[in-house]
Design a protein around this ligand. Structure first.
Ligand code: 5GP
Ligand code: ZN
Length: 142
């Protein structure tokens, strides 16, 4: 899919909007998020307008997953982050706001203000849990 005129990340790829680039190759671009959850928060994007991880061409997915931990390690070495989260919001219900698929690399520091939490739920029974796993297994292993 070509770059899209009004997409903010396509504009960054075209150089119409500036970005603080941290990595670039033939397939992907990584730059600092403009509204970081922590200093160093980075997003990695394919250099092609693909809006969802579900349809992202494997060639981009492979490169993004290869570079994400390298960027995480670079953040640890450069700003003394002690770890990092990798996450990708897919769909508005999951928090996606830019419809150009991207992976977040979020450096973490002891005592930082980042909150990634949810009250754990419980399955009604082991049978319910096993039934769901079975359905998923059948779909994924068909
Ligand atoms: P999402 O919520 O879709 O997973 O993440 C989109 C991210 O892109 C947000 O964290 C947001 O701050 C970042 N973002 C949106 N517009 C721009 C921009 O123009 N420049 C940069 N560097 N980041 C942006
Ligand atoms: Zn785009």
């Amino acid at each position: 899919m070509p770059l899209v005129k009004e997409c903010v990340f396509c504009k960054i790829i075209r150089g119409e909007i500036p970005c603080c680039k941290v990595y670039e190759d033939d397939l992907i671009l990584a730059f600092l998020d403009i509204a970081p959850f922590n200093i160093g928060h980075t997003v990695i994007i394919p250099k092609d307008h693909q809006n969802s991880i579900t349809t992202l061409d494997e060639i981009y997915a492979n490169r993004i997953i290869k570079m994400a931990p390298k960027i995480g390690v670079a953040l640890m070495r450069t700003i003394n982050a002690e770890g990092f989260n990798l996450f990708l919001n897919n769909g508005s219900v999951a928090g996606q706001t830019v419809w150009h698929c991207h992976m977040h690399v979020l450096p973490r520091f002891a005592g930082d203000k980042v909150v990634i939490s949810s009250e754990p739920m419980k399955y009604d029974s082991m049978d319910q849990m096993a039934e769901l796993a079975g359905k998923l297994f059948n779909k994924l292993n068909a």
